[in-house]
Ligand binder design. Structure first.
Ligand code: COA
Length: 416
């Protein structure tokens, strides 16, 4: 028994944001039916190809545990099949460019008429307003949602982050919206429309930066390194480099081997509660009592000196030795782990967060499994479907087409 067993999802998603959402729902046990254009499919199948002729990692890593039906939804017979699928399913998820579903003839009013219990969930770049018709990709959302303006160093250009907060982040928001709408439907008996705009999702994840924007009106942000360096603040939340986002100052510091290894660094947090232990560890016991260092406010203007001194200590250790020494003392630190190190991490393999999947076209590859662990709904990662792999079984077993009717559909060119 899986958490979402029995829930049928009509998956009209493509690229990354929508597929992230439906992959999670599939991992929680929903039957996710991915609708793709015959002969074409999700554009990512053939993007960033590393094994000629095989579905790309971009596609396979975002579409596990789904079934694929190749269906031309702009053709009359295809529309007939789609109508049946809408009547059969609980949720329709889509992240087409604005207006695409209406142009296909399946806007919200039509869907509601065909199936009043259906939940229709959409990702768009922007919510209602002047940008609502724009197409949006990951980095546009990071820029428009406040992430880029607050990422990077204050004397350099805005930066986008490696974490796909616009696409995968919004997919997560949408998955939550779908789950709560399913719960509400148990009471109301009705479906509803869900919109997760990427700009809004990124802004939600940048909540602490809007906090700082308002604090800035009251005076300088004293925990920012910029303050200690005497650099004046402008009128908006600045880029904070590697400063920690909370009230406990932290920085990325060099560790042994940094000259040759781009990831020989640790994140080090000078949490107030363990300050005396940090002083002893780095050989500065006198800082425990010194009024210039003893309290968090006294330390704020001296963070450069403090972190330079801590770095003299971290540079004598590997990033893992720093962890080994700090953890028993409850000093919060974290090694900067490379993708190579994560891919080889035995602990993550054991918990199923790194999984090896076998695929008929490309052989074995690594993927990120479900990062959310439910004790009563275990996840088994199943390879992504080939284009149209389940067309016949969906037409027959799910929609009940047989005999002449099935032949008519198969010969119409609407399915593949
Ligand atoms: N049968 C027939 N036609 C189909 C189909 C099917 N099974 N599946 C898709 N199509 C059609 C659509 O109806 C659309 O046609 P139209 O433009 O004539 O209306 C067309 O394929 C392309 O869809 P579109 O969504 O416009 O794709 P795109 O490649 O031009 O744009 C995005 C890609 C991501 C920019 C755009 O979809 C978008 O902005 N999505 C919302 C935001 C988002 O999720 N962005 C992040 C993606 S990771």
């Amino acid at each position: 028994m899986k958490a979402l067993e029995g829930i049928k999802i009509l998956d009209f998603t493509h690229v990354q944001s929508g597929p992230t959402c439906t992959q999670l729902l599939a991992w929680f046990g929903a039957d996710v039916i991915k609708v793709e254009r015959p002969g074409v499919g999700d554009a990512t199948r053939k993007q960033l190809v590393d094994v000629p002729g095989a579905d790309s990692l971009y596609f396979t890593m975002l579409n596990h545990n789904k079934r694929s039906i190749a269906l031309n939804t702009k053709n009359e017979v295809g529309k007939e099949v789609l109508t049946k699928l809408i009547k059969e399913c609980d949720v329709l998820v889509e992240n087409f460019a604005p207006g695409a579903l209406d142009r296909m003839g399946f806007g919200w009013e039509t869907i509601q008429r065909l199936n009043p219990t259906m939940i229709m969930a959409s990702v768009k770049g922007f919510g209602p307003g002047k940008f609502e018709d724009c197409k949006v990709y990951e980095n546009v959302a990071q820029c428009a949602g406040g992430s880029a303006s607050t990422t990077g160093f204050n004397d350099d250009v805005p930066l986008v982050t490696g974490a796909q907060i616009g696409d995968s982040g919004t997919g997560l928001h949408l998955a939550l919206g779908i789950c709560v709408a399913l719960i509400q439907r148990q009471t109301t008996g009705k479906g509803q429309k869900i919109l997760a705009p990427m700009q809004d999702g990124v802004l939600n994840l940048c909540r602490v930066k809007l906090r700082d924007q308002q604090r800035l009106d009251k005076g300088p942000l004293t925990e920012y390194s910029q303050h200690g360096k005497g650099i004046p603040f402008g009128d908006s939340t600045p880029r904070a480099g590697n400063d920690s986002g909370g009230g406990q100052p932290g920085r990325i510091l060099k560790c042994k081997g940094w000259e040759n290894d781009p990831n020989a660094y640790t994140y080090f947090i000078t949490q107030a509660a363990v300050w005396p232990r940090i002083c002893d560890l780095i050989g500065k016991p006198e800082w425990k009592e010194d009024p210039e260092f003893a309290t968090p406010p006294a330390r704020l203007p001296r963070l450069d000196l403090i972190f330079d001194t801590i770095e003299q200590w971290t540079m004598t250790k590997t990033k893992f030795e720093v962890m080994d020494e700090c953890n028993p003392l409850d000093i919060p630190v974290g090694p900067i782990l490379s993708m190579k190190e994560l891919a080889e991490d035995e602990g993550l393999k054991k918990t199923g967060t790194i999984v090896e999947v076998d695929h008929p076209e490309r052989g074995k590859y690594l993927s990120v499994g479900c990062p959310i662990k439910l004790s009563d709904s275990p996840v088994e990662v199943v390879r992504s479907p080939l284009l149209g792999e389940h067309t016949s079984e969906i037409l027959t077993e799910m929609l009940g087409y047989t005999g002449d009717e099935l032949n008519r559909i198969q010969e119409s060119g609407a399915v593949g």
